[in-house]
Design a protein around this ligand. Sequence first.
Ligand code: SF4
Length: 277
Amino acid sequence: MTCKQVVGDLMLPKVSAKGNLSEIYLSLQGEGIWVGIPMVFVRTTGCYRRCRYCDTEFALVAEKRARIWLGWRRGEPELIVDNPVTAQQVAEWVLQASGQGNLANWVSFTGGEPLLQAEFLAELGAMLKRLGFRILLETEGGLPDRLEKVLPFVNAVAADIKLPSTTGEPLNWNEAERFLRMVAEAPVQACVKIVVTADIDEGEFERAVELLAQLQTSQSGFRRFCPMALILQPVTPARFVTETPSMKLLLHLVSLAQQKLVDVRIVPQVHKLVQLP
Ligand code: SF4
């Protein structure tokens, strides 16, 4: 089945799950190992974290309405709709925004924290996969029980390790490890992202690298030949963060991580450099 087939052709469930969205639009992926790929972004609304550097503050609390661009995001949205919306409606908007799959064949589930609406995304993911889309889940990486529901329906995962010194919030290291182990053992493309602030704690960073190193050595099968890349993302000033980390600090962290990991990269938020949403 290809993206060109209409949603009505699908064997859709009689009752479609509902979710709360912030926005849908077509743009280029600007983060991680998928930089430059055209994607339809499905941004859910709501997050249980309050990172100091959050750049989607508007999506932290439940929004009453969602903005829908049925293509590249330019000017005002074509639709403004009341939440909640059904998975079937979202699949139809994704098809339109993607030019029936001709402009983009990837969909990003992002937020807010998308896994707060795991059942909804599992149903939407199943529909979109049947339409021929590939799905990237972008998550803060702290909700392994909810990940379990969505993981079968995604092709790729970008998971953060939210270091307390950078977010200003505590991190449950056990849950983060459980989450990353589930990703590492799944047949999906994957990378791990650490946002780097000027005041990052080196001890926390080394603990995260050690966690990833243990995952790396315990992996078998395809993951052994395709290890998860560690992405160091210099913070883009937002919310309570005004300072960016120096290149000297970034290169120092890369050299630390490279002692234990095979794939370490510095990737800024490229979409912001080229002024895309
Ligand atoms: S997890 Fe993401 S959406 Fe939530 S507060 Fe942090 S940066 Fe913002």
